[in-house]
Design a protein around this ligand. Structure first.
Ligand SMILES: Cc1cc2nc3c(=O)[nH]c(=O)nc-3n(C[C@H](O)[C@H](O)[C@H](O)COP(=O)(O)O)c2cc1C
Length: 222
Protein backbone atom coordinates (compact mmCIF):
# COMPACT_ATOMS: atom_id res chain seq x y z
CA UNK A 1 0.00 0.00 0.00
CA UNK A 2 1.35 3.45 -0.68
CA UNK A 3 1.41 5.96 2.16
CA UNK A 4 -1.55 8.06 1.02
CA UNK A 5 -3.64 4.93 0.49
CA UNK A 6 -2.73 3.69 3.96
CA UNK A 7 -3.75 7.01 5.48
CA UNK A 8 -7.12 6.79 3.72
CA UNK A 9 -7.57 3.16 4.73
CA UNK A 10 -7.06 3.81 8.43
CA UNK A 11 -10.24 4.28 10.37
CA UNK A 12 -11.34 3.48 13.88
CA UNK A 13 -11.99 -0.24 14.30
CA UNK A 14 -14.38 -1.20 17.09
CA UNK A 15 -14.67 -5.00 16.68
CA UNK A 16 -11.77 -7.44 16.46
CA UNK A 17 -10.95 -11.01 15.51
CA UNK A 18 -8.72 -12.91 17.91
CA UNK A 19 -5.92 -13.56 15.41
CA UNK A 20 -2.41 -13.50 16.77
CA UNK A 21 -0.06 -10.75 15.66
CA UNK A 22 3.54 -12.01 15.54
CA UNK A 23 6.21 -10.43 17.73
CA UNK A 24 8.05 -9.57 14.54
CA UNK A 25 5.09 -7.51 13.29
CA UNK A 26 4.57 -5.91 16.69
CA UNK A 27 8.19 -4.80 16.87
CA UNK A 28 8.11 -3.52 13.28
CA UNK A 29 5.11 -1.34 14.18
CA UNK A 30 6.81 0.09 17.27
CA UNK A 31 10.13 0.67 15.46
CA UNK A 32 8.29 2.51 12.68
CA UNK A 33 6.33 4.64 15.16
CA UNK A 34 9.56 5.64 16.89
CA UNK A 35 10.74 7.27 13.65
CA UNK A 36 8.33 10.11 14.51
CA UNK A 37 9.99 13.50 14.67
CA UNK A 38 10.09 15.34 17.98
CA UNK A 39 11.44 18.73 18.94
CA UNK A 40 15.20 18.41 19.50
CA UNK A 41 14.71 14.66 19.05
CA UNK A 42 13.56 14.50 22.68
CA UNK A 43 11.30 11.46 21.99
CA UNK A 44 9.13 12.03 25.07
CA UNK A 45 6.87 9.03 24.47
CA UNK A 46 6.67 5.85 26.53
CA UNK A 47 4.68 2.89 25.29
CA UNK A 48 3.28 -0.28 26.86
CA UNK A 49 1.79 -3.25 25.09
CA UNK A 50 -0.71 -5.32 27.02
CA UNK A 51 -1.80 -8.70 25.73
CA UNK A 52 -2.76 -12.15 26.98
CA UNK A 53 -3.40 -12.50 30.69
CA UNK A 54 -2.22 -8.98 31.50
CA UNK A 55 -4.78 -7.49 29.10
CA UNK A 56 -7.60 -9.76 30.33
CA UNK A 57 -6.90 -8.77 33.93
CA UNK A 58 -6.99 -5.06 33.03
CA UNK A 59 -10.15 -5.54 30.94
CA UNK A 60 -11.86 -7.32 33.79
CA UNK A 61 -11.04 -4.54 36.28
CA UNK A 62 -12.14 -1.88 33.82
CA UNK A 63 -15.46 -3.58 33.16
CA UNK A 64 -16.04 -4.12 36.88
CA UNK A 65 -15.32 -0.44 37.46
CA UNK A 66 -17.75 0.59 34.72
CA UNK A 67 -20.46 -1.82 35.91
CA UNK A 68 -20.13 -0.54 39.47
CA UNK A 69 -20.49 3.07 38.30
CA UNK A 70 -16.88 4.04 39.09
CA UNK A 71 -16.47 7.74 38.30
CA UNK A 72 -13.91 8.64 35.61
CA UNK A 73 -10.95 10.59 36.96
CA UNK A 74 -8.77 11.74 34.10
CA UNK A 75 -5.11 12.58 34.70
CA UNK A 76 -5.16 15.46 32.23
CA UNK A 77 -7.71 17.76 30.68
CA UNK A 78 -8.47 16.93 27.07
CA UNK A 79 -10.76 19.77 26.02
CA UNK A 80 -10.56 23.52 26.49
CA UNK A 81 -12.79 24.87 29.23
CA UNK A 82 -15.03 26.40 26.59
CA UNK A 83 -15.28 24.01 23.69
CA UNK A 84 -15.65 25.98 20.43
CA UNK A 85 -19.10 25.62 18.89
CA UNK A 86 -17.65 24.13 15.69
CA UNK A 87 -15.98 21.30 17.65
CA UNK A 88 -19.18 20.67 19.58
CA UNK A 89 -21.25 20.49 16.40
CA UNK A 90 -18.91 17.89 14.90
CA UNK A 91 -18.89 15.83 18.10
CA UNK A 92 -22.70 15.85 18.18
CA UNK A 93 -22.81 14.88 14.49
CA UNK A 94 -20.40 11.99 15.16
CA UNK A 95 -22.50 10.74 18.10
CA UNK A 96 -25.70 10.89 16.04
CA UNK A 97 -24.08 9.15 13.07
CA UNK A 98 -22.60 6.28 15.07
CA UNK A 99 -25.81 5.69 17.03
CA UNK A 100 -27.82 5.73 13.78
CA UNK A 101 -25.35 3.26 12.24
CA UNK A 102 -25.72 0.94 15.24
CA UNK A 103 -29.51 1.36 15.28
CA UNK A 104 -29.48 2.89 18.77
CA UNK A 105 -32.35 5.28 19.45
CA UNK A 106 -31.79 8.49 21.44
CA UNK A 107 -33.98 7.29 24.29
CA UNK A 108 -32.58 3.75 24.48
CA UNK A 109 -30.51 4.24 27.63
CA UNK A 110 -29.60 0.56 27.95
CA UNK A 111 -28.17 0.32 24.44
CA UNK A 112 -26.33 3.61 24.95
CA UNK A 113 -24.85 2.24 28.14
CA UNK A 114 -23.73 -0.89 26.28
CA UNK A 115 -22.16 1.34 23.64
CA UNK A 116 -20.21 3.23 26.33
CA UNK A 117 -19.30 -0.05 28.02
CA UNK A 118 -17.58 -1.30 24.86
CA UNK A 119 -14.95 1.39 25.43
CA UNK A 120 -14.17 -0.18 28.80
CA UNK A 121 -13.57 -3.56 27.18
CA UNK A 122 -11.23 -1.89 24.68
CA UNK A 123 -13.66 -3.15 22.03
CA UNK A 124 -12.59 -6.73 22.75
CA UNK A 125 -9.22 -6.16 21.07
CA UNK A 126 -6.51 -8.80 21.60
CA UNK A 127 -3.78 -6.14 21.92
CA UNK A 128 -3.64 -2.79 23.66
CA UNK A 129 -1.02 -0.09 23.43
CA UNK A 130 -0.96 2.48 26.20
CA UNK A 131 0.86 5.72 25.48
CA UNK A 132 2.44 7.55 28.41
CA UNK A 133 4.85 10.32 29.22
CA UNK A 134 6.97 11.22 32.24
CA UNK A 135 4.81 13.07 34.79
CA UNK A 136 7.25 15.93 35.05
CA UNK A 137 7.89 15.98 31.30
CA UNK A 138 4.73 17.18 29.76
CA UNK A 139 3.70 20.47 28.24
CA UNK A 140 1.82 21.44 25.08
CA UNK A 141 4.94 20.82 22.98
CA UNK A 142 5.77 17.36 24.27
CA UNK A 143 2.11 16.36 23.96
CA UNK A 144 2.35 17.42 20.33
CA UNK A 145 5.41 15.15 19.87
CA UNK A 146 3.51 12.24 21.39
CA UNK A 147 0.62 12.85 19.00
CA UNK A 148 3.00 12.43 16.07
CA UNK A 149 4.25 9.16 17.55
CA UNK A 150 0.68 7.96 18.15
CA UNK A 151 -0.37 8.73 14.58
CA UNK A 152 2.69 6.84 13.30
CA UNK A 153 1.58 3.85 15.38
CA UNK A 154 -1.89 3.91 13.82
CA UNK A 155 -0.52 4.24 10.29
CA UNK A 156 2.02 1.44 10.84
CA UNK A 157 -0.78 -0.77 12.22
CA UNK A 158 -2.90 -0.02 9.14
CA UNK A 159 0.06 -0.71 6.83
CA UNK A 160 0.31 -4.18 8.39
CA UNK A 161 -3.34 -4.86 7.43
CA UNK A 162 -4.50 -4.45 11.04
CA UNK A 163 -6.92 -2.02 12.67
CA UNK A 164 -6.94 0.18 15.78
CA UNK A 165 -9.08 2.68 17.66
CA UNK A 166 -7.55 5.62 19.54
CA UNK A 167 -9.18 5.99 22.96
CA UNK A 168 -9.28 8.79 25.49
CA UNK A 169 -12.17 7.11 27.32
CA UNK A 170 -9.74 4.36 28.36
CA UNK A 171 -7.94 7.00 30.46
CA UNK A 172 -10.98 7.11 32.79
CA UNK A 173 -9.39 4.98 35.50
CA UNK A 174 -5.69 5.87 35.84
CA UNK A 175 -5.54 4.21 39.27
CA UNK A 176 -6.44 0.88 37.65
CA UNK A 177 -3.95 1.46 34.82
CA UNK A 178 -1.16 2.23 37.29
CA UNK A 179 -1.98 -0.90 39.29
CA UNK A 180 -1.69 -3.09 36.16
CA UNK A 181 1.40 -1.48 34.68
CA UNK A 182 4.42 -2.01 36.94
CA UNK A 183 6.77 0.88 37.74
CA UNK A 184 4.46 3.47 36.21
CA UNK A 185 3.93 5.84 39.13
CA UNK A 186 6.19 8.47 37.51
CA UNK A 187 4.17 8.39 34.30
CA UNK A 188 1.03 10.06 33.02
CA UNK A 189 -1.03 7.92 30.69
CA UNK A 190 -2.16 9.76 27.58
CA UNK A 191 -4.22 7.45 25.39
CA UNK A 192 -4.97 3.83 24.65
CA UNK A 193 -4.87 2.09 21.30
CA UNK A 194 -6.66 -1.26 21.07
CA UNK A 195 -5.61 -3.03 17.90
CA UNK A 196 -5.61 -6.33 16.06
CA UNK A 197 -7.18 -7.92 13.04
CA UNK A 198 -10.55 -6.26 12.28
CA UNK A 199 -13.50 -8.64 12.63
CA UNK A 200 -14.46 -9.25 9.00
CA UNK A 201 -18.25 -9.55 9.39
CA UNK A 202 -18.51 -6.60 11.72
CA UNK A 203 -21.22 -4.03 11.08
CA UNK A 204 -19.70 -1.37 13.36
CA UNK A 205 -16.43 -1.55 11.42
CA UNK A 206 -18.33 -0.43 8.32
CA UNK A 207 -18.96 2.92 10.01
CA UNK A 208 -17.04 5.72 8.33
CA UNK A 209 -16.65 9.39 9.17
CA UNK A 210 -16.62 12.43 6.94
CA UNK A 211 -14.19 15.33 7.02
CA UNK A 212 -14.78 19.01 6.48
CA UNK A 213 -13.88 20.19 2.97
CA UNK A 214 -10.33 21.50 3.15
CA UNK A 215 -11.49 25.06 2.31
CA UNK A 216 -12.83 25.17 5.88
CA UNK A 217 -9.39 24.90 7.50
CA UNK A 218 -6.83 25.51 4.76
CA UNK A 219 -5.76 28.65 3.01
CA UNK A 220 -2.89 29.29 0.66
CA UNK A 221 -1.15 32.55 1.36
CA UNK A 222 1.04 33.73 -1.50
C1 LIG B 1 -7.18 11.13 21.00
C2 LIG B 1 -8.41 10.41 20.51
C3 LIG B 1 -9.27 9.86 21.43
C4 LIG B 1 -10.37 9.12 21.00
N1 LIG B 1 -11.17 8.49 21.93
C5 LIG B 1 -12.14 7.66 21.51
C6 LIG B 1 -12.87 6.88 22.45
O1 LIG B 1 -12.64 6.97 23.65
N2 LIG B 1 -13.82 6.03 21.99
C7 LIG B 1 -14.08 5.90 20.65
O2 LIG B 1 -14.95 5.09 20.28
N3 LIG B 1 -13.40 6.61 19.72
C8 LIG B 1 -12.43 7.47 20.12
N4 LIG B 1 -11.71 8.18 19.20
C9 LIG B 1 -11.95 7.95 17.77
C10 LIG B 1 -12.62 9.13 17.08
O3 LIG B 1 -14.00 9.15 17.36
C11 LIG B 1 -12.36 8.99 15.58
O4 LIG B 1 -10.98 9.05 15.32
C12 LIG B 1 -13.05 10.04 14.74
O5 LIG B 1 -14.44 9.97 14.90
C13 LIG B 1 -12.69 9.91 13.27
O6 LIG B 1 -13.02 8.61 12.81
P1 LIG B 1 -11.95 7.63 12.18
O7 LIG B 1 -10.89 7.39 13.22
O8 LIG B 1 -12.71 6.38 11.87
O9 LIG B 1 -11.37 8.30 10.97
C14 LIG B 1 -10.63 8.98 19.60
C15 LIG B 1 -9.76 9.58 18.69
C16 LIG B 1 -8.66 10.27 19.13
C17 LIG B 1 -7.71 10.85 18.12
Amino acid sequence: MDTIETIYNRKSIREYANDEVSDETLLRIVEAAARAPSSKNSQPWRLFLLRGRALEALRSDYLNGFDQGKKPSFEYVYNPERVPESYKARAIALGRAIFAHKGIRRDDTEKRRQHDRENFSFFGAPYLFILAMEKNGYAFGTFFDCGLFFQNLMIAIAAEGLGSCPQFSAMSYPDILHSHIPASSDLTFIAALPFGKPFAESSVNKFTTEREPIEKFFRIVD
